[in-house]
Design a protein around this ligand. Structure first.
Ligand SMILES: Cc1cc2nc3c(=O)[nH]c(=O)nc-3n(C[C@H](O)[C@H](O)[C@H](O)COP(=O)(O)O)c2cc1C
Length: 161
């Protein structure tokens, strides 16, 4: 019998959607959680959030993060989640990939979005540079949220095979 895998779900969430999915995944498979938190918070809402955050995402800015609570070395599988910002990953997730070398690890990636996952998953696979078990986008409009939470739980179980 093989030992159970140690799994970490690491995500950035600005308005709670990615946190909701990340926690549902973690609960389903008994994973630990690491919330990725930028040193400088983004504005809560409004045009500047979209202009500033969207621009950072587009040009690939990687802002400084608060110190991580978990030691990534301890985990066999790291599941990384991001909201889609300007078609890609949110900037703090880009920073996470620079700090947490996943080359030797197994990873999986998810994003949450309103309209389209766009390039977010492809960009995370490239930045993570790990062996990917799978990638999945979750639509988080009001109508889609419940189905997405259920789909995330199912996806998490499938990841463990
Ligand atoms: C700066 C910014 C840019 C965004 N860009 C996109 C986008 O390009 N495509 C999309 O479908 N949703 C976009 N969204 C919506 C978020 O991806 C969506 O609401 C996501 O679920 C938010 O996750 P969170 O609540 O964990 O922050 C954007 C939101 C913000 C704040």
């Amino acid at each position: 019998m093989s030992l159970p895998k140690k799994i970490l779900v690491a995500y950035f969430s600005h308005s709670g959607n990615t946190r909701l999915i990340g926690k549902a995944i973690a609960r389903e498979i008994g994973a630990d959680i690491e919330e990725i938190v930028p040193v400088t918070p983004y504005p809560l809402r409004g045009a500047w959030l979209y202009l500033h955050g969207g621009h950072q995402a587009k040009v690939g800015v990687a802002p400084p993060l608060q110190p991580a609570l978990r030691d990534f070395v301890d985990y066999d599988l790291i599941i990384v989640g991001t909201p889609v910002w300007a078609g890609s990953m949110a900037p703090p997730v880009r920073s996470f990939f620079q700090l947490a070398p996943l080359e030797e690890k197994t990873a999986a990636y998810f994003s949450t979005y309103l309209m389209s996952e766009a390039q977010s998953l492809k960009d995370m696979v490239a930045a993570g540079n790990a062996t990917s078990l799978g990638e999945r986008g979750f639509k988080m409009t009001r109508q889609a949220t419940n189905d997405s939470v259920n789909a995330a739980r199912q996806w998490a179980k499938e990841l463990l095979g």
